[in-house]
Design a protein around this ligand. Structure first.
Ligand code: ACO
Length: 210
């Protein structure tokens, strides 16, 4: 498994992984916005063992489809709510996203906060989305993706801290952020997600990147 910087060529595969792994989905335009505005900040985990990846990822997608009310992966069409604008979009899910012999099995999508009206005008970054395909979990892939993104946000963009939101019920991600990467919980944002679940708003100061 290789961790490398994400490029525009990875956009479809990142969106595919996102749709497979998370209910928070984004338009391709939003991926493009990240990758064009902060090209050093987002990373993908890839494997060149494409046959093995296809086998397990196909299997995972089938498992996932039966669990998730919001996706219909088995029909290979995926209807999702655009997290930013609330629009309903339909995209075709394709398990065969192989690019130059590589398959994306995880990604971290990261940005700098660029809201000109934000009360806090210190340079700070944001983790928009992170996920790892199920069969490749608990191998340290997410931790490596996150450490690369945190390092890049600090080194390239001089971020003083980085923030993110995570569902209260998401034990795996909470463990990663709070215990492994030492993020602090700032507050609980009630009803943050479209389905009404609360979010932990988390922050990590980046003065010393470990
Ligand atoms: N339960 C408890 N702890 C866990 C779990 C779990 N299910 N999964 C991972 N961990 C722990 C690991 O043991 C490790 O802890 P350690 O440092 O004490 O050894 C730590 O978390 C990091 O583990 P990784 O192997 O790096 O994590 P992994 O590659 O499995 O990915 C992730 C974790 C991204 C949360 C994965 O489970 C996933 O893709 N989940 C679905 C998508 C998701 O929830 N994404 C995060 C949403 S929040 C956001 O995007 C900002």
């Amino acid at each position: 498994i290789t961790i490398r910087r994400a490029t525009i060529n990875d956009m479809l595969a990142m969106q595919n992984a996102n749709l497979t792994n998370l209910p928070e989905n984004y338009t391709l335009k939003y991926y493009m916005y990240h990758l064009l505005s902060w090209p050093e900040a987002s990373f993908v985990a890839t494997t060149t063992d494409v046959d093995a990846a296809n086998e397990v990822i196909d299997g995972v997608q089938k498992d996932h489809a039966s669990e998730s009310a919001t996706t219909t992966s088995q029909s290979s069409e995926n209807v999702f709510q655009d997290d930013i604008h609330g629009n309903e979009c339909t995209i075709k899910l394709d398990a065969q996203y192989v690019n130059k012999g590589e398959k994306v099995i995880g990604y971290v999508l990261a940005k700098m906060n660029d809201d000109p009206d934000a009360a806090d005008q210190t340079l700070n970054g944001h983790i928009t989305s992170l996920s790892v395909m199920r069969t490749y979990r608990r191998m340290g892939v997410a931790e490596k993706l996150m450490r690369q993104a945190l390092f890049a946000l600090a080194e390239v963009f001089q971020a003083e801290y980085v923030s993110l939101h995570v569902r209260q019920s998401n034990q795996a991600a909470l463990h990663l952020y709070r215990d492994t990467l030492e993020f602090e919980v700032l507050e609980i944002e009630r009803g943050y997600y479209l389905d009404g679940e609360d979010a932990y708003s988390m922050k990590k100061v980046l003065d010393v990147v470990k």
